[in-house]
Design a protein around this ligand. Structure first.
Ligand code: PHE
Ligand code: FE
Length: 288
């Protein structure tokens, strides 16, 4: 994801890309990928959107070891015309949008340490590649991500980047999808997290609210812990319909001046899949 006040590190190209440096990963770093991969691969069937598992398959994303971006990009290019490029960490908004608009997904090239197994602040290669890249092999989701990049360039002109960032957060990072077999996870922030893969789907604590673009764009989110509300899309086609084929400019002006909605708050018009108890967030608040 993107960030504002950061300086381009020495050695990064003008578009902020760096070589992945695949040859420089240590055996311990490759082993960390395998450990994370195993744990998630065992947990995901029956929890994740089928399109995600299909993407793992198409891209032959697996063990052993950290994927080489050149090989990964070659397969991804064949599937949907996307590539994966390495960056040193978070990049400025305009750089991020430009890469997406050109079907390049930016990924960190470093992997978490054993101390960071379950929690780290900056997205590492496991989050970026395992979490995000499988769905880029899906043609509909691939179009959504490109359109998001183009939408970012427009949002910047309307001073509405924060609203559009909420859309990314509640879909690309923390989205749920409704299927005939029940709710499934697809957001990369959930899919790459052992704890949240269970929490988002099975825990009584969070709200699960039917996707509503305007409502979502007013909703603040948490960056420090599990989400208090998740938004549920009906299908990737439907998500594309409501975004790519919708002009956001009038929405941005309608929403200007409206009050934000708190992460746990429910509204009378919400289409609820489940009303959360917020027990988890409340217990955390007590001990804090
Ligand atoms: N249609 C949006 C706009 O008019 C752009 C967009 C598309 C944003 C897809 C997000 C996802 O700005
Ligand atoms: Fe991410």
């Amino acid at each position: 994801m993107a960030d504002k006040d950061i300086v381009r590190p020495e050695g990064a190209a003008e578009d902020w890309t760096i070589p992945q440096g695949w040859d420089r990963y240590s055996p311990a770093e490759h082993a960390m990928w395998d450990r994370l991969f195993d744990r998630q691969a065992r947990m995901l069937p029956g929890r994740v959107a089928p399109e995600f598992l299909k993407g793992l398959d198409i891209l032959r994303l697996s063990k052993p070891g950290i994927p080489d971006f050149d090989e990964l990009s070659e397969r991804l290019m064949k599937a949907t015309g996307w590539q994966v490029v390495a960056v040193p960490g978070l990049v400025p908004d305009d750089v991020f949008f430009d890469h997406l608009a050109n079907r390049r997904f930016v990924s960190g090239n470093f992997i978490r340490t054993p101390e960071q197994l379950d929690y780290l602040q900056e997205p590492d290669i496991f989050h970026d590649v395992f979490g995000h890249v499988p769905l880029l092999a899906n043609p509909v989701f691939a179009d959504y991500m490109q359109a998001y990049g183009q939408g970012g360039q427009r949002a910047a002109q309307h001073g509405a980047i924060d609203r559009l960032a909420r859309l990314y957060w509640y879909t690309v990072e923390f989205g749920l999808i409704n299927t005939v077999e029940g709710l499934r996870i697809y957001g990369a922030g959930i899919v790459s997290s052992y704890g949240e893969s269970v929490f988002a789907l099975d825990d009584a604590s969070p709200n699960r609210i039917g996707f509503d673009l305007r409502r979502l764009m007013r909703t603040r989110y948490r960056i420090d812990d599990y989400q208090q509300s998740y938004f549920v899309i009906d299908s990737f086609e439907d998500l594309l319909d409501q975004t790519l084929r919708t002009d956001f400019a009038p929405i941005y002006s309608d929403l200007a001046g409206t009050a934000d909605i708190a992460p746990e708050e429910l509204l009378p018009d919400d289409q609820l899949h489940s009303r959360g108890t917020q027990a988890y967030a409340l217990s955390k608040a007590e001990t804090a």
